[in-house]
Design a protein. Sequence first.
Length: 138
Amino acid sequence: MKKRYERPSAYIEEFTPNEYVAACGESGKVYNFQCNAGRNDRYGTVYLETNGKAGLQTEGGRDWVNGKPKKYSADKYLTSLYHVCDTTHKANSKDEFRDGYYLRGDTLLNVIVWRGEDGNNVHCTTNLNINEWSTAKS
């Protein structure tokens, strides 16, 4: 049986949304990020935890795992000119918050690092539990 030829045609349908979606995302949550690591009259060094090895490593090295050497790299150095600004910043919940370290002399603190609104600054908090940070709506 032969198929009958049908001329191709296009149909245009108008899309009409039936519900409102906020432009700022699902939650619009803003963290009150308290920059409180260190002292404001002293500079310290900040590193990001980047090698997956517990604790701060300022140089690479190797561990022995199952009788074989396994190399690791140093954690990422950010700056040695960090000092606390003692400010509570409004940080969007979609921003990146990274584990890191603040080092000043013999003092080493685990911190959360926020790179600021433009991603090119360094702010550190000693409150490591993000669920305890106060929030606001954007």
